[in-house]
Ligand binder design. Structure first.
Ligand code: ADE
Length: 251
């Protein structure tokens, strides 16, 4: 999987993507992250890439031509028109399903805006996907691009060593992950749940499933509708909710 990032701050991407699991996957040749400096495609001697918006308004806009030329350089290098993701709070909100889908691409281009945005005309010509990482506004697209590269990379076969870990985690099946415990058996007076020490795999699986449902019902009830719960589990959820309402009304 090859990521190409169109940015005014290539150093930020290089520094951010060179450590831990992503760094290891790059060193192992499973991934590449190539930062392209949009400023290298400025067409004036001052390497200026921004200008005032027509019609007035606050701030500066990134101009169309340098962005277009930077995109063309990638298209020519790889020999086809790849998917181009523009990071913007106006986009579709990123989620795990999208991470999986993007992980199937051979190349992905991220276009990082700055200032007040980018001239609409070049967006119309090159962007295939408008994506936001959440309902808040950041100063540029670099952090969102890195967030997306990180989560997409985890879905690329071979990037995670434990084959299981991509599947049995939060959001798989629209449920949050169950709590986990390691040594020691008792810490600050808190014991590891006995079922996990029992060695009884079916009971452990059942307990973990129940904990996943419980957590999701408590912290992300909005996800439950899309989770594949059994009738028994739905009844359990209703019972928990009733219990929580009663507890709240006592406080
Ligand atoms: N650029 C600025 N804010 C953003 C956000 N929330 N998601 C993606 N790109 C952004």
């Amino acid at each position: 999987m090859n990521f190409h990032v169109l940015t005014l701050f290539p150093e930020m991407i290089r520094q951010g993507m060179n450590t831990s699991i992503i760094g290891r996957a790059i060193a192992g040749g499973l991934l590449s992250v190539d930062s392209v400096n949009i400023r290298d495609f400025a067409f004036n001697k001052h390497q200026k890439v921004d200008d005032y918006p027509y019609g007035g308004g606050a701030g500066m806009l990134m101009q169309a031509e340098p962005v277009y030329l930077a995109w063309e350089s990638i298209k020519e290098k790889i020999g086809y028109k790849p998917r181009v993701i523009y990071l913007t709070p106006q986009g579709k909100v990123f989620n795990q399903k999208m991470a999986k889908e993007f992980a199937a691409e051979k190349d992905l281009v991220f276009l990082c805006g700055h200032y007040e945005g980018i001239d609409e005309r070049v967006l119309e010509e090159v962007v295939t996907d408008y994506v936001s990482i959440g309902d808040y506004v950041l100063t540029g697209g670099e952090l969102p691009a890195m967030v997306m590269i990180d989560s997409i990379s985890r879905m690329v076969p071979g990037v995670l060593t434990n084959k299981e870990s991509g599947e049995t985690e939060s959001f798989s099946g629209n449920l949050l992950e169950y709590p986990q415990y390691s040594r020691p058996e008792e810490w600050h007076g808190k014991k590891v749940p006995p079922v996990l020490m029992s060695g009884h795999h079916a009971n452990i699986e059942a307990w973990r499933r129940e904990q996943s449902v419980l957590r999701t019902a408590k912290w992300r009830p909005d996800l439950l509708k899309q989770a594949d719960l059994t009738n028994k589990e739905w009844n359990q959820v209703r019972q928990w909710k009733k219990q929580w309402r009663e507890e709240n009304s006592k406080e």
